[in-house]
Design a protein around this ligand. Structure first.
Ligand code: CO
Length: 210
C-alpha cells in the first residue's frame, strides 16, 4: 500500500513549527474564534487554493468549493455555507472565483457521458445555452472555453443575488458580491467587474418582497 499520505502529516508538523516560530500565539489566536471578512466560492480544482493565491492566512476567508464554482439554489451545502457566512459571520464580501482551464467547464462543452457528474455539469451547459450566440461565434476552442469560464462566474454571481439570503441581508447591512477568474498562466486574478451590492440590479422577477 502507498504511504505517500505520510508526507502530509510530516508536512503538517513542519508547518505548525514554522507558524509558532513566527508567532508563538498563532494557534492560541485561532482557538479564540473566526472573524473572516470574505466568503469564497471557488472550484474544487487542486490548483486553486483560496488562501494561497490571495496571500491570506488561516481565519481570513470562509471557503466553499465545488466543481466549477456553481451556485445552485437547491444545494443545501452551498446555502448553509452562504447563510452562515452572511447571517452569523457577517462577511462583507462574497467572491465567486472561477479559473481558466477549468476541467468542469471543459467537460460541459463536450458531449461525452461523464457518468454521475453529468447532473452537476448540466448547470454549466445551461450557461452555455443561455449565451450560445456569443460563444458559438468564437471559433478558437480555448478562447471559447475561457469565455464560458467567465460567463459561468457571472451567472453564479447573479444566482447569489437571486437568493433570499442575500436579498434579506441587503435590507439591513452592506454585502458586496464579486466575480473573479484566476489564471494559471500568470497566477493573477481578473476582476470581471460584475459586483452587486443591492437589489436594484437584480432582474425584477427574482426580487422578493421582504
Ligand atoms: Co475548475
Amino acid at each position: 500500500m502507498s504511504t505517500s499520505y505520510l508526507r502530509l502529516l510530516t508536512g503538517n508538523k513542519k508547518w505548525a513549527e514554522e507558524k509558532l516560530k513566527v508567532n508563538p500565539d498563532f494557534f492560541k489566536n485561532l482557538t479564540l474564534g473566526q472573524n473572516p471578512e470574505y466568503l469564497w466560492i471557488g472550484c474544487s480544482d487542486s490548483r486553486v487554493p483560496a488562501n494561497e493565491i490571495t496571500n491570506t492566512n488561516s481565519g481570513e476567508i470562509f471557503v466553499h468549493r465545488n466543481i466549477a464554482n456553481i451556485v445552485l439554489n437547491t444545494d443545501m451545502n452551498l446555502l448553509s455555507v452562504l447563510y452562515y457566512a452572511v447571517e452569523v459571520l457577517k462577511v462583507k464580501h462574497v467572491i465567486v472565483c472561477g479559473h481558466y482551464g477549468c476541467g468542469g467547464v471543459l467537460a460541459a462543452m463536450e458531449n461525452k457521458d461523464q457518468g454521475f457528474v453529468n447532473n452537476w455539469l448540466r448547470n454549466i451547459k445551461e450557461v452555455y445555452s443561455k449565451h450560445c450566440k456569443e460563444l458559438d461565434a468564437i471559433t478558437d476552442f480555448t478562447a471559447r472555453a475561457n469565455r464560458l469560464v467567465e460567463l459561468n462566474v457571472i451567472e453564479q454571481v447573479h444566482n447569489l443575488a437571486k437568493t433570499k439570503i442575500v436579498q434579506q441581508h441587503w435590507k439591513s447591512r452592506e454585502l458586496e458580491i464579486h466575480g473573479w477568474v484566476y489564471g494559471f498562466d500568470n497566477g493573477l486574478i481578473k476582476d470581471l467587474k460584475v459586483s452587486y451590492s443591492d437589489i436594484k440590479n437584480v432582474e425584477p422577477v427574482f426580487r422578493y418582497d421582504i
